[in-house]
Design a protein around this ligand. Sequence first.
Ligand SMILES: [Zn+2]
Length: 95
Amino acid sequence: MQKRIPERQCVGCQELKQKRSMVRVVLTPEGEILIDATGKRAGRGAYICPDQACFDRAKKRRSLDRGLKTSVSLEIYDQLAAIVAATSVGRGSGA
Ligand SMILES: [Zn+2]
């Protein structure tokens, strides 16, 4: 039997996607918010597709704040924007 692929809900588009294909933002037990490239940090996580449209929606709605149940600084959103931009390169979102 194949293992079930873990899925998580994107805070932007609200769709369930494969965890591995997503970017995880974590609220550590110390109260620090980090973008978790390894996906293995302890803490409450929120997931987003590395997609500009998802990011824009999440930022507009402050969805990460809701997902992590804390206030997420704009600095984190900026860091996430850079990662999303780097990851979604080549999708031709019309520059
Ligand atoms: Zn999404």
